[in-house]
Design a protein around this ligand. Structure first.
Ligand SMILES: [Fe+2]
Ligand SMILES: [Fe+2]
Length: 271
């Protein structure tokens, strides 16, 4: 099974790149399943039923999220009703939504997707390590193919998670920093790993936002409005090939594809 995982989709430019490039990448790499982190898909902050639908309609099968999850209040509808949309598992008991899901697509073996959020330099959620151990054990009773989005700031926390789960899951891919790392590898137990998948959106920016207001914020410590940037749009992510029976990763490859809006027939409306 070949899985394409897409790093944080930022705003309308990110969604447009996904719409244009996912069908091409699926064909080019014989992709079976597409998972995307959508936490910044609505104007750069959060996700709504509409932006989720945009992403699903491009051919994405499962959407994961992270700390920006709550930025748009309509997200509660998604969390309550959309089983293809995941939030980090380690929110307190009783939080609306699902932290994992098992998906059965076409004639493929079942794939479990698990979304976690780190705690280093982030909100103090439940312990993601303890939560992951318990949930992975449960998911492995259903399928050996388990794909983890570890949404976290610190590389140590992401690597430690992947090392702990090595041999138990097919892949641990980091998201959240919006900067793609170059440390893709397969650990000895057969778990594919990348510290961060990067982000999908305008790269002539600071993590997808206009450059000047971010500099001004750092320079003056005053609040600024961070609009989504426009230029040099890229889809970033990773391709992981997984053995259907054992769930072991066979190959991992980083993806960074450019997309030029002038190539599109869409109207280019801003968001
Ligand atoms: Fe994040
Ligand atoms: Fe993000």
């Amino acid at each position: 099974m070949k899985v394409l995982f897409i790093g944080d989709i930022v705003g309308e430019p990110g969604r447009k790149a996904v719409k244009a490039l996912v069908p091409i990448l699926k064909k080019q790499h014989a992709v079976d399943v597409v998972i995307a982190n959508g936490e910044n898909s609505a104007g750069g902050s959060g996700i709504t039923p509409k932006t989720a639908e945009d992403i699903f309609s491009a051919g994405v099968n499962v959407i994961t999220s992270g700390d920006h999850l709550w930025d748009q209040k309509e997200v509660t509808l998604l969390l309550a009703e959309e089983t293809r949309f995941l939030r980090p598992l380690n929110y307190p008991k009783g939080t609306v939504g699902n932290g994992s899901g098992v998906f059965h697509l076409d004639r493929l073996p079942q794939i479990a997707v698990l979304n976690l959020q780190g705690r280093v330099f982030m909100a103090d959620l439940d312990n993601p390590f303890a939560a992951a151990l318990k949930e992975v054990e449960r998911l492995r009773q259903i399928t050996p193919i388990v794909f983890v989005d570890m949404h976290a700031e610190a590389t140590s926390e992401k690597i430690a998670m992947a090392r702990m789960l090595d041999g138990q899951v097919s892949a641990v891919i980091g998201t959240h920093t919006h900067v793609q790392t170059a440390d893709e590898q397969i650990f000895p137990g057969g778990t594919a790993y990348l510290s961060d998948a990067g982000f999908t959106g305008p790269h002539e920016s600071v993590l997808g936002r206009e450059i000047e207001p971010v500099i001004k914020r750092f320079l003056t410590n005053t609040p600024q409005r961070f609009a989504v940037a426009k230029e040099r749009i890229q889809l970033q992510g990773v391709l992981v090939e997984i053995h259907d029976q054992t769930g072991r990763a066979l190959a991992i490859q980083r993806i960074s594809e450019s997309w030029n809006p002038t190539m599109s027939t869409s109207d280019g409306q801003g968001n």
